[in-house]
Design a binder for this molecule. Structure first.
Ligand code: FES
Ligand SMILES: [Fe+2]
Length: 397
């Protein structure tokens, strides 16, 4: 029996314990009789461990960004679902992902970003690898001064490669290599964003937050606009409830949009827009969640990615990456307008942090377990719960 299938058997009982047959039936009920995930899904460390194996390892997960490794030979170490990886731009300019572990004795290959590397060299016994992962040189491998130097065409061993997909600046990996194609994963969002010239975007910076809540609450809150009138009163002039509607979804992609009556500083005013945007898209805000962990939002003058890293079942690191159009990302004359964009994100997110941390506390209450959903607004909340339940109850066969 493979290790994966024996793990599946060990954990099957745990999954049934967390997601009972009655709960799974309720998930399929009409929305007003349906429910969100049970409390344990947000607070139990074992549930997060199972998510690591059954959700994160089997899905496309944001790992890094093209701009971090702009030139051949640039390498950045990253951690995805607790797995140390490296993202490498190879000699052809393509991005590859490898497990950050030497094939000899398992030492960590790379511990900090590097530029223009010709080779990857393990610090332990100096085995070297080409940027495509093939072994290049094993010093003293056959004895003192008896080196192993395979030619280009010999393929003795290579680093363990991880499936990798690139969309604009975003680099995703799929650890188990068995997810749907990356193109299929990204397509529902990419099709809806065809009006935007992403080549005009430049990276402007990021904001970091540490939240005392489970990672799922942040995405669930991100995709539903129901709370806007109560939690973000400052946003109501820009995006009134009359313009709001329930989020839509197609399999692993959930999305929403609204037309805003007039741009404001920080959203659409004072910074250049994507080139060639039509009238409607000059007044449109759109946001997407690509299950399980990639969320992003787009305005006529910006693109923001919400990257979540679970720290524990009840603590999540959130990094908001902000892109602006052309010179707006770095030029001094836009500094003041840029500051407004960052402040707007920081202030809006602070309002959400307060709410999601309160939701986390609610998951410890015996007076709550899954909740009662709005038949209009909570379709996306239920879809997110279904995606979790589907992934968690699927064995690896
Ligand atoms: S562990 Fe890497 S060369 Fe020995
Ligand atoms: Fe919010």
């Amino acid at each position: 029996m493979s290790e994966a299938s024996s793990n599946d058997m060990i954990h099957a009982g745990s999954v049934e314990h967390f997601l009972s047959a009655a709960f799974l039936r309720r998930l399929e009920s009409p929305l007003e009789q349906s429910t969100g995930l049970p409390n344990a899904a947000y607070i139990d460390p074992l549930f997060l461990k199972l998510e690591n194996e059954r959700v994160f390892h089997r899905s496309w997960i944001l790992a890094g960004f093209q701009h971090e490794i702009p030139h051949p030979g640039d390498v950045v170490p990253v951690t995805v679902a607790d797995q140390p990886l490296i993202l490498v731009r190879d000699e052809q300019g393509d991005i590859r992902a490898f497990h950050n572990v030497c094939r000899h004795r398992g030492a960590r290959l790379v511990d900090k970003p590097c530029r223009h590397a010709k080779l990857l060299r393990c610090p332990y016994h100096h085995w070297t690898y080409n940027l495509d992962g093939h072994i290049r040189n094993r010093p003293h491998f056959y004895g003192p001064d008896q080196h192993d130097t395979p030619t280009e065409r010999e393929t003795r061993i290579r680093l363990s490669e991880v499936r990798c997909g690139v969309w604009h600046d975003i680099v995703c990996v799929n650890l188990d290599g068995r997810a749907t194609t990356f193109e299929e994963y990204i397509r529902p969002a990419a099709d809806r964003l065809a009006h935007y010239d992403f080549s005009a975007l430049r990276y402007a910076g990021s904001l970091d937050f540490e939240l005392k809540c489970n990672w799922k609450l942040i995405h669930e809150n991100f995709i539903e606009p129901y709370h806007v009138f109560a939690v973000h009163p400052g946003l109501l002039k820009f995006g009134p409830m009359s313009q709001r509607r329930a989020s839509e979804f197609e399999n692993a992609c959930l999305w929403n949009d609204y037309e805003f009556p007039a741009p404001e500083e920080g959203r659409g005013m004072g910074l250049p827009h994507y080139p060639g945007l039509d009238e409607r898209h000059q007044r449109l805000a759109m946001w997407f969640h690509l299950f399980p962990t990639l969320s992003f939002e787009i305005f006529p003058d910006q693109f923001a990615i919400i990257q979540l890293t679970p720290v524990t079942a009840e603590c999540t690191h959130e990094r908001i990456h902000i892109y602006l159009v052309g010179d707006a990302a770095t030029a001094p004359e836009y500094e003041q307008a840029r500051t407004v964009v960052f402040d707007t994100w920081r202030n809006l997110n602070a309002e959400d942090v307060e709410v999601v941390e309160s939701l986390q506390a609610g998951r410890h209450s015996p007076g709550f377990d899954g909740g009662v959903l709005s038949p209009y607004w909570d379709g996306a909340t239920r879809q997110f719960a279904r995606l979790i339940a589907n992934a968690m109850t699927q064995t690896n066969n």
